[in-house]
Design a protein around this ligand. Structure first.
Ligand code: ATP
Ligand code: NCN
Length: 213
């Protein structure tokens, strides 16, 4: 089985934090690769200030360079918006891959608002990655009332493919305070900097040609 970490996100824009947590997860969870699922639209986030998918996708390709990260808009290709639907489709399409869902600690605080969040946890293991300012809130998150009993020791993180679901592991790494919110506040026109690396064909190719395995 190929071991794949899934990092879903708005990537509005992608940044050093995404790159760092992915590099760390690759090692800590003994992954073969990480897929960045560039969301066509997070169901819980306002559309205001959300750059077009093509620009977010381009920023992700740039941020992921030279790492075993596949940047994909597969949710656009599959027509899924909710993570539970994305996971069901991915597991059907890629039966020879084992998936683990990666999320920053801030996402865990909101996890109880995601559609069928308990079913998500029953489908794939979840690795929660430390994020400055959010770790306390994450451990006290409403979803933890149910998830707490399924927490695995970080020392066993590399064996996640053998876990019975639900399973959750907290991984800590040297904290990185970078956020897309901070980048947008500092430079609302961040996408102008992409102009040279922007290749709209890359998104079209990704959406029409997904790998078979
Ligand atoms: N610096 C970071 N440390 C840990 N996790 C992070 C970091 N930046 C992003 N993540 C995680 O990466 C995933 C995708 O994040 P996203 O694209 O929303 O970036 P963001 O910086 O959180 O954006 P925004 O500030 O607009 O909410 C989420 O699970 C998020 O928690
Ligand atoms: O499925 C849901 O209900 C749901 C609700 C909120 C967020 N998500 C997913 O969480 C991931 C992180 O989103 P974001 O915008 O915080 O980067 C992204 O893959 C979203 O599609 C999913």
């Amino acid at each position: 089985m190929t071991r794949t970490g899934l990092l879903g996100g708005s990537f509005n824009p992608a940044h050093r934090g995404h790159r760092r947590i992915s590099a760390f997860a690759l090692a800590a969870l003994a992954l073969d690769d990480v897929w960045w699922l560039v969301s066509p639209g997070n169901p819980l986030k306002p559309k205001k200030d959300m750059a077009p998918l093509a620009l977010r996708f381009a920023s992700a390709r740039h941020a992921a360079r030279r790492l075993p990260i596949r940047v994909t808009a597969i949710e656009q290709a599959m027509g899924t918006r909710y993570t539970i639907d994305t996971l069901r489709s991915l597991r059907r399409r890629y039966p020879r891959r084992a998936f683990i869902w990666l999320m920053g600690a801030d996402n865990l605080s909101e996890f109880h608002k995601w559609k069928d969040w308990r079913k998500i946890a029953a489908q794939v293991p979840i690795a929660v990655i430390a994020r400055p300012g959010y770790d306390g809130a994450a451990r006290a998150a409403p979803a933890m009332g149910w998830l707490r009993r399924f927490v695995r020791p970080v020392a066993e993180a590399r064996h996640w493919t053998k876990w019975r679901m639900p399973a959750l592991v907290f991984v800590t790494l040297p904290p990185d305070p970078t956020s897309a919110t901070g980048i947008r506040a500092a430079d609302p026109n961040w996408h102008r900097r992409l102009t040279r690396s922007f290749n709209p064909q890359a998104l079209r190719d990704d959406v029409t040609r997904q790998p078979m395995t």
